[in-house]
Write a protein that binds this ligand. Sequence first.
Ligand code: TEU
Length: 566
Amino acid sequence: MTEQWWRSAVVYQIYPRSFADSDGDGIGDLPGIAGRLDHLAELGVDVLWLSPVYPSPQDDNGYDISDYQDIEPVFGTLADFDDLLAGVHGRGMKLIMDLVVNHTSDAHPWFVGSRSGLDSPERDWYWWRPPRDGGPPTNWESVFSGPAWELDETTGEYYLHLFSRRQPDLNWENPQVREAVYAMMRWWLDRGVDGFRMDVVNLLSKPVAADGSLPDGPVRPGHRFGDFWPLVTRGPRIHEFLQEMHREVFAARPGAFLTVGEMPGVTLEQALLFTDPARREVDMVFQFEHVQLDQGATKWDVRPPDLRALKGSLGRWQDGLADTGWNSLYWNNHDQPRAVSRFGSDAPEHRVASAKLLATVLHLHRGTPYVYQGEELGMTNTTFGRIADFRDIESLNHHRHALEAGQPAEEVLAALRTKSRDNARTPMQWDASRHAGFTTGTPWIPVNANHADINAADQWADPDSVLHHYRALIALRHTEPAVVHGDFTMLLPDDPVVYAFTRRHGEVELLVLANFSDGPVTAALPDAAAWDGAELQLGNLPDVPSEAASAPLRGWEARVLRRTRT
Ligand code: TEU
């Protein structure tokens, strides 16, 4: 195994709550996942990223952890986890855990101790501050709406929570906190896991002054509170903390593990530092630039996606990390609406082609691709009627705060239907039966009604399915060195509907063409004729003409051409 084995890997994200339920309680669980490992092995993925399964009150569906070294009973037991890990390893795959250490649950014993009194030994494990002018210590706004500080009656002080009030932020300035986290990480590595996806890991270092004060954030138009992102996404000690974590946890076994840091707000310049192997911080990051182009001041201010902006952003990250560092590549995860509804077309006549097109474009970029559960089927956003149909705390909090601020209810619901994280959290669609084969009980969130037409069972039987297209792309990554190692050149940057780029590695050159629109279009490539007659490596529609570079692309058609330069 080479030091950077993950450069040729494909990672599959499982959101356990919605993947497969084995005991009929309507909630996915570890034995359910273990029973579906052949689906993943046959798909060809190399690594599973398991969203949190630790004990949790489930305020944020497990991203609020109350015990880092056990399993939430609703998901199973540590023995179930060991069985799952053995099944994953037995199929030649790896498993990374979701590490959520910017905050814990307020039910974690560390916080229960910390809030018990000013002189508690754990008091300094969290961010406590006295009121300022009778109110919160800073003007920061929580990601889940409202102030980022909660007053605790026991001591009359406020505690910081960048997310829900039941997710108090850990104080990483305290070496005891860092040591406890590193010991827990080593415990999971000793149990056999192969690394971590690190939740909001760039937020660990807060901009605290020598006197313990924290600055206010800039107040943006239309916001009641201050914006902490510019302050907290570039904390003064973040590189120090990540390098210490690497020394304390991974240095003894270099290269054996995959670390991916989820970094909302991270810039390309910062990502170069975070992913430079010489700095030994993380292997790659999840950046958010391309999934925040279709919004205004907030995600709820929905704007139509613009392909030129999308190409500009992804192309900039390709160029920026071409020589040092590494890109992660994703359209989907448990926080994002379904890409085929967002960037493709979920109209019945275009859904399959556009789902395959999105996969082709992403997987032919330079970086490590991530497949989110159901993405390989072309699963779409679901339909939400009223607010009672939503489950996600981010959506429910936004709804309440937006209505309190006087926004019309229908306007708020329209934004929620487009952008709510619940779109990604409807159960995995295994077959056309009731509840899509996800559960024999009542699912915690309704299954998408279109599971009769979009499900794994049908697609395994259909060689032209989205599923088999993903298998082909993953197999191509494992067999064609140009996909992993090739350089990247964006073409036609100003074309509003054609996404075109090349990858070159030695004598091999790949050309990717994709039409992000319903109707036919011709890619105005200056050297199209030189590509005509090249081998069609992969397409998403039948009957591609031999002049595959100069012939018009049909609606949502993608083509990958391959030639060797003499
Ligand atoms: O999300 C981090 C993050 O930036 C969130 O604001 C997320 O991108 C946003 O909700 C998109 O609308 C991570 C986890 O992925 C998310 O599920 C958790 O809710 C959050 O951290 C707190 O742990």
